[in-house]
Write a new protein. Structure first.
Length: 483
């Protein structure tokens, strides 16, 4: 004969709110196991002579709720081996009750039948107390495991398990990453009972509320102010779609993948400039401009019916998980070099069926020449085509310089100069110097020194056209003292 655990809900308030079916089960004469004694109806049930066993002492034994729930479930399964039992929980058994989920998930393993007898959910009382309609969009989350990336700020948000100041503080800090510090929230305790209490407070005061208990939930109203949605990715997507829509911007509507190419490159260089300036505000702005280019391309893809931003995100997520098996799988990689080796090995495996004719294939054709030279050399070095000492590189550099000097005409000079630059990239790579970065440092140094000359002449009431090279060289030498 199957063993049975009947799970019933005590509702959110007192005895008058309990369903008649649950009340009859409680009065059936069986001993009732109850998750907690801390519930408005318990004293009334005990007064009616109902025999109840509580698990409150289990909470004192463990630091983690997972361990508490584990012990309660194990105890219930053990007692069910001898006879059918009744287990009572606050509210409804299937709303915010981890012990019930453990019972349901493991019932077959223990050979136990779980019968959920129902009960009135505290959510019903919350909707009534707050005067909200959940069909408008309502999210119910656990305050002990709140994650900002899961929050839907355009929906009603109900946070349960906010039972003490510590949890309230954690909830507050998480919400502050999505909402203004002074955003009004509602703290609702003992909804639907005679002791119901509603308190409206600014978000930053959430953990200073006088009354927090296991009957407390926090309600966050949907965001109505459009400016507060500016941090929301889907809202941004809507803005881009509107710009490209029938009543959108003429410039945005006429763009194509090809017409936007130059802007992506420009914005990428402006990001590099912001990084070099070490200006965080400038970097935020320029990264936003790069993101704009990504969203525009994705919107064009969606408008044409080929792909959307979700496909872009899926492709990126899949690649990051696939190429980081040392994080998301079983592979080990303890150093950055090992990570790169794994990455390249996975790339080769992924490209196993492509039609590349050379190891050097795969470097974007539109790459700047300096970057392309570095990329080619790195690819060649991976298969052993590389110098292992500095002396041959220096010899090669001298050889290329001599050939450049001996070039008989302009075309040959250009070719030999290219060879000279290519060898310089090899020299930089040997010393682990990024040639693009090194040249940019020199560009900035030249700019500052030349600007010094301009300012110095201006202070003397002179222009560049009025002085000779000797004067400018003198000022250049002075500029070198500062830059």
């Amino acid at each position: 004969m199957a063993k049975k655990i009947t799970v019933l809900g005590l509702g959110a308030g007192g005895l008058e709110q309990m369903t008649i079916g649950v009340y009859r089960l409680l009065k059936s004469g069986r001993e009732v196991f109850a998750r907690t004694k801390d519930h408005p109806v318990v004293e009334e049930l005990l007064a009616e002579g109902i025999n109840m066993v509580f698990f409150d002492e289990v909470y004192e034994k463990h630091e983690q709720f997972a361990d508490v729930y584990r012990e309660i479930a194990d105890t219930l399964f053990k007692n069910a081996e001898a006879e059918d039992i009744v287990y009572a929980v606050p509210g409804h058994p299937l709303v915010a009750e981890q012990t019930v989920q453990l019972l349901l998930n493991e019932a077959d393993h223990h050979g136990v039948e779980i019968n959920v007898a129902g009960g009135k959910s505290f959510l019903d009382e919350m909707y009534a107390a707050l005067k909200i309609d959940p069909i408008e969009g309502c999210q119910i989350v656990d305050g002990t495991s709140l994650k900002k990336e899961e929050l839907q700020i355009r929906h009603h948000l109900i946070i349960v398990q906010v039972y003490d100041a510590f949890i309230a503080s954690e909830v507050k800090l998480t919400l502050m990453e999505k909402y203004p510090d002074d955003y009004e929230v509602v703290v609702l305790t003992a909804a639907g009972s005679q002791n119901e209490k509603i308190e409206r407070v600014p978000l930053f005061e959430l953990d200073h509320c006088a009354e927090l208990s296991n009957l407390t939930a926090v309600y966050v109203p949907p965001v109505q102010d459009e400016k507060l949605l500016y941090r929301d990715f889907d809202y941004l997507r809507g803005i881009i779609a509107e710009l490209r829509g029938p009543n959108g911007c003429p410039w945005d509507k006429k763009q194509t993948h090809a017409s936007l190419k130059k802007y992506l490159l420009e914005e990428a260089y402006e990001v590099l400039e912001a990084i070099d300036e070490e200006d965080d505000d400038h970097l935020v702005e320029e990264l936003g401009d790069v993101l704009l280019q990504v969203l525009l391309h994705a919107q064009i893809g969606e408008d044409e019916g080929f792909f959307s931003i979700h496909d872009v995100i899926f492709s990126l997520t899949e690649k990051m998980i696939r190429r980081h098996p040392h994080v998301f799988g079983e592979t080990s990689a303890k150093t950055a070099d090992e990570v790169v080796q794994n990455w390249e090995a996975i790339k080769r495996q992924e490209k196993g069926n492509d039609q590349r004719k050379s190891i050097l294939d795969g470097v974007p054709k539109a790459s700047p020449a300096l970057y392309k030279a570095l990329a080619y050399q790195k690819k060649a070095a991976k298969v052993g085509f590389d110098w292992d000492a500095i002396e041959p590189i220096i010899e090669k550099l001298n050889e290329e310089f001599a050939e450049w000097k001996a070039a008989p005409n302009h075309d040959e000079q250009k070719k030999e100069f290219g060879d000279l630059l290519f060898t310089m990239v090899n020299l930089a790579r040997f010393y682990k110097i990024d040639p693009e970065e090194a040249l940019e440092l020199t560009n900035r140094k030249f700019y500052r020194r030349f600007q010094y000359i301009e300012e110095a002449l201006q202070n003397e009431g002179l222009s560049m056209e009025e002085v000779d090279l000797k004067k400018m060289d003198q000022l250049w030498e002075k500029a070198k003292q500062f830059f």
